[in-house]
Design a protein around this ligand. Structure first.
Ligand code: APR
Length: 231
């Protein structure tokens, strides 16, 4: 029985909650240019445009509800006798709202803001505005507390230690087009873990997985968790 499980999720797990993915044909990057919205340079160039983009995504996140896939992962964490670490690339809070606790947001969190001047970060569910001031230093330099292209993902040492120690690595709803998350399956395999991909279509890393299951997360994830817990 796999004692230690690492689960990696991407935008695909929140798709059935109504939150757009990034690289599907109707995805966020099909409609917007990430270079204009999701880099430090874009924020320096046009902070108002970036704040409006993230304010709209924050509002959509607050409207969304966790789905059966998020709920199944929370049940796995609660019931599995071994360790379950959930690493998400997503900035929404649907995993938390479904009940997951042992969770790392490697790309930051949409419902938090951060001061670009002093680095102070705080929970923030309202719109990001140009007039907003940092509660710590007072600077009008408030940005979303997310990791942009060209910035360093969060808590990578913890993630890499967990990949080295895991017996089972499962990727759910990610296209494996963005690093370092795209390389996690190779690290897990090198450490001797079994690997499973649950995705609507094979990802760019599909050939690295021992097993691929294709379909919507709300069908695949509850079935997989039931196999583990009740199998
Ligand atoms: N169920 C399961 N998988 C799905 C579903 C679904 N209902 N809908 C879409 N998918 C799959 C798609 O087939 C695709 O492989 O989810 C994946 C989504 O891929 P992306 O849109 O590239 O999202 P993600 O892999 O999370 O992107 C990684 O890129 O832009 C950055 O920071 C952003 O965290 C994001 C990172």
């Amino acid at each position: 029985m796999a004692e230690r499980i690492v689960v990696l999720t991407g935008a695909g797990i929140s798709a059935e909650s109504g939150l757009a993915t990034f690289r599907d044909p109707d995805g966020v990057w099909a409609r917007h240019d990430p270079a204009e919205l999701a880099t430090p340079e874009a924020f320096a160039r046009n902070p108002g445009l970036v704040r409006a983009f993230y304010s709209a995504r924050r509002a959509a996140c607050l409207e969304a509800r966790p789905n059966a896939a998020h709920a199944a992962l929370a049940r796995l964490e609660a019931r599995w006798p071994g360790d379950v670490l959930l690493v998400t690339q997503n900035v929404d809070d649907l995993h938390e709202r479904a009940g997951s606790r042992r969770l790392i947001h490697m790309h930051g969190e949409l419902l938090r803001s951060r001061c670009a001047a002093c680095g102070h970060a705080w929970p923030d569910r309202g719109p990001l505005t140009d007039a907003q001031r940092c509660p710590a230093c007072g600077a009008a330099a408030v940005r979303p507390d997310v990791v942009w292209f060209g910035e360093i993902p969060r808590r990578m040492e913890e993630i890499e230690a967990a990949l080295q120690a895991c017996d089972l690595f499962v990727a759910i709803g990610t296209s494996a087009q963005v690093w370092p998350a795209a390389g996690f399956v190779a690290q897990a395999r090198a450490a001797g873990a079994r690997t499973l991909e649950l995705n609507l279509e094979p990802s760019a890393a599909a050939q690295m997985f021992d097993e691929l299951r294709q379909g919507p997360a709300t069908r695949l994830v509850p079935a997989w968790v039931a196999e583990l817990l009740d199998g």
